[in-house]
Design a binder for this molecule. Structure first.
Ligand SMILES: *Cc1c(COP(=O)(O)O)cnc(C)c1O
Length: 408
């Protein structure tokens, strides 16, 4: 008998050891550790301040005004129009809001429906490693094979190894799933790196799926400017083979709302919708007009820019504290995470340090091995690395920095 799909998912995400022993994810273990010890939790990546009140007000008004029944399957027209206008304003992309935009239950459902729609047993999905944990789960759910290409720590940040990228493609590669700005490393992939992805995907006739949930959270660099976010769909010839995924959660600090979207060529969006309509059908009726407002309002756009500026400042504080404590830090160019190597502190195993860190410094982080798979070259290279978030209030970060100072 074929083993049940849940077991493949559990194995792919570390919920089952190779010998079949169940175990909690490291995320659950670390959050429990934070709760038990009262340590500052820089492990879980969600903001501790909500997004703009003006946006929350639109949602509250929509509930009061009766937007409480199933919205249209593809999403309300106002939101699809706002997503299309956003793609045009920021990137010069012109998806048709009626046929080339689909609203989903967060980026997570967009990713799941896309992978389930487009691949099955025998197909390969190529992702960057380390990777967001949901990727491994949904690829296993589809019965497809997960292949990876490592990001490597360099003096210029985490960079894509383009020779390894070329070697990772096979004639079974159906999807290449690219996340930029990248969680957990904070890398913002360059036009050259993404050009290599585009060229290889075209050569191998693969579909590119991009996870751009941090598209607006690029951070100020040493030269005082923010690196450009480049959607693969904007590269020559790529719009016709790329599905672009994003969501309101990270951009507007409403991670609990779970309003996401996917845009791309109509036949591909159709395929995704076919699956999506039987996963959740629809979600978030009163939240959809609020996200349409958020995507269109100039005041909210200024709020997002301010968030990116404030995250840049908070990144600098945390990076300085980690460096002073003896970590080797790769300064992130985007997202709200920083990865730091603990070898200088005498730890070869990041998970071991994560278990000791509440006692040593009153801080909780997650090991980067939570985003790699056992035995891969990225897993080897990043075994001693930890991920910290800086999307926390100043006083929370100050408490973490005080604790980290005890490590030095
Ligand atoms: C948070 C996150 C998601 C999930 O987004 P939702 O809209 O909450 O589903 C997807 N990808 C990455 C890289 C993330 O960090």
């Amino acid at each position: 008998m074929t083993p049940p799909r849940w077991a493949a998912v559990a194995r792919a995400t570390g919920l089952l050891a190779e010998d079949g022993t169940p175990r909690p994810t490291i995320f659950a273990e670390m959050s429990a550790l934070a709760a038990r010890t009262g340590a500052v939790n820089l492990g879980q990546g969600f903001p501790d301040v909500d997004g703009p009140a003006s946006v929350a007000r639109v949602a509250a008004d929509a509930i009061a005004a009766g937007a409480n029944q199933y919205p249209p399957g593809p999403g309300i027209p106002a939101l699809r129009a706002a997503i299309a206008a956003h793609q045009e304003r920021h990137y010069g992309l012109t998806p048709d809001p009626d046929t080339e935009v689909l609203v989903t239950a967060g980026a997570t459902e967009a990713l799941a429906a896309t992978v389930l729609a487009l691949v099955g047993p025998g197909d390969e999905v190529l992702t960057i490693e380390p990777y967001y944990d949901a990727y491994a789960a949904v690829i296993a759910l589809a019965g497809a094979t997960h292949t990876t290409v490592p990001l490597r720590a360099t003096p210029h940040g985490f960079r894509l190894d383009t020779a390894a990228l070329a070697a990772a493609f096979t004639d079974r590669t159906r999807i290449v799933l690219v996340n930029t700005p990248h969680n957990p490393t904070g890398a913002v992939l360059t036009r050259d790196e993404l050009g290599a992805v585009a060229r290889l995907a075209t050569e191998h006739d693969a579909i590119v799926v991009t996870d751009e949930v941090y598209e607006h959270l690029t951070l100020v660099g040493p030269d005082g400017t923010r690196p450009p976010h480049v959607p693969v769909a904007t590269l020559p010839g790529m719009a016709e083979r790329t599905l672009t995924i994003s969501s309101a959660g990270k951009t507007f600090s409403f991670t609990g709302w779970k309003i996401g979207w996917v845009s791309g060529p109509a036949p591909l969006v159709d395929a995704v919708r076919t699956v999506k309509q039987f996963l959740t059908y629809v979600n978030g009726a009163p939240l959809q007009p609020a996200v349409a407002f958020a995507l269109s309002d100039e005041g909210v756009a200024a709020w997002v820019d301010e968030l990116a500026a404030s995250l840049s400042r908070r990144r600098d504080l945390l990076c300085a504290g980690l460096t002073a404590a003896g970590f080797d830090v790769v300064v992130p160019q985007g997202t709200y995470f920083v990865c730091a190597d603990a070898r200088g502190l005498g730890y070869d195993d990041g998970a071991a340090l994560c278990r000791d860190l509440p006692r040593l410094a009153g801080v909780v982080a997650v090991p980067v091995s939570a985003f790699t798979r056992a035995g891969s070259s990225a897993d080897d290279a990043l075994r001693s690395w930890l991920r910290f978030t800086f999307v926390k209030r100043d006083e929370v970060l100050a408490a973490a920095l005080d604790g980290l100072a005890r490590l030095a």
